[in-house]
Write a protein that binds this ligand. Structure first.
Ligand code: DAH
Length: 340
């Protein structure tokens, strides 16, 4: 015999609903609210069960009305508790926990700054490659066979003909080949690799900026003016630049540029080792032999001339920020890198 109607009839649903509403009103935690839900509206609760077995319309309407009442009580309780949680559990006026913001590595910042300076002079920024052939890294740059950089003791060779570039200068050759003739005003920036003993001023991977200007009538004075502009942009408007003679296989004449010390302005201090000057890299007039290697008809050494330079980005960073050790730039210590 089906006893559901009797059971349904036997329950005082009004009292049941009052009890439910009171339970929801009394709930002070989400756990209590969930408990009331299980008890009055859950799958096994009396009223929903009764609703499932209902046969006559009248009882159905009564039970449905009761369920709505209970559901409303539940919604109210939920809103009340949610609001209470906001007001009671935490103080919305306290400053939030700011997510830690990342930032660009100091070398990346300097690289971009350097690129900006030369873009401002109308130079292009071109990409080079880190794995080079010995042709581009040495031969086409006029490196003599005996040059120590050609030995596995100084450079990282992948095999007989491939090497991790030891400088950004190979991009001079690649750019001249690609452009097929003057004018060229380009820089390239990136990593270079040398088998160094690592110490406070040497790492086996570091960054350079390489510049190349090829046109008719370019002189050493243009090189000096360009580097002066660059040094002033990086180290301040009062800087002076001087050239010392030097040797590089791919420039003739070759020089090393110095910039007057930005800290003491030449008077002598610990940054410039009391010389008043800071050594900044290498430069010179492009050796006509390079034009011959690339294409002497496109770059006629009688008409075309150019200058080139190569500077270390780490050196700029160390000098400008007074960093005592180049390895700090590679240690990934946020206490250091976070300062820039
Ligand atoms: N490649 C040289 C080095 O790594 C730097 C350099 C010197 C680059 C003279 C040049 C240059 O373009 O003309 O030591």
């Amino acid at each position: 015999m089906d006893r559901t109607p009797d059971t349904v009839a036997a329950v005082d649903w009004e009292a049941h609903c009052r009890e439910a509403v009171a339970a929801y009103d009394a709930a002070t935690t989400t756990a209590e609210l969930e408990e009331a839900h299980v008890h009055y509206l859950g799958r096994k609760a009396a009223l929903p069960q009764a609703l499932r077995g209902v046969r006559d319309r009248e009882t159905g309407m009564t039970l449905n009305a009761g369920r709505r009442t209970i559901e409303e009580a539940e919604a109210e309780a939920r809103t009340r508790l949610d609001r209470g949680a906001v007001a009671g559990d935490y103080d919305v006026t306290l400053p939030g926990e700011a997510p830690r913001r990342g930032r660009l590595h100091l070398i990346t910042q300097i690289r971009r700054e350097v690129e900006d300076v030369f873009l401002g002079l109308g130079y292009e920024v071109v990409d080079g490659r880190e794995v080079e052939t010995t042709h581009y890294n040495f031969d086409a740059l006029n490196f003599p066979g005996w040059h120590p950089a050609r030995s596995p003791g100084d450079s990282f060779f992948l095999d007989e003909t491939r090497v991790l570039r030891t400088e950004t200068s190979p991009s001079q050759i690649r750019t001249m080949e690609e452009r097929g003739g003057p004018p060229i005003y380009m820089i390239t920036t990136g990593r270079v690799y040398r088998r160094e003993n690592v110490d406070a001023t040497h790492t086996q991977t570091f960054h350079q900026v390489e510049g190349l200007a090829i046109d008719e009538g370019i002189t050493l004075a243009d090189l000096k003016g360009t580097l002066l502009h660059f040094m002033r942009a990086i180290f301040g408007p009062e800087r002076r630049v001087r050239f010392r003679t030097h040797y590089f296989p791919f420039t003739e004449p070759s020089i090393e540029p110095d910039v007057s010390c930005f800290l003491c302005d030449g008077a002598g201090c610990s940054v410039c080792k009391h010389s008043g000057w800071l050594e900044m890299g290498g430069a010179g007039m492009v050796d006509p032999a390079l034009f011959e290697f690339v294409d002497a008809s496109a770059y006629d050494p009688e008409k075309v001339s150019g200058f080139a330079f190569g500077l270390g980005l780490e050196r700029i960073a160390l000098l400008r920020h007074g960093l005592p050790d180049i390895r700090l730039l590679w240690a990934n210590d946020l206490r250091v890198l976070g300062q820039f």
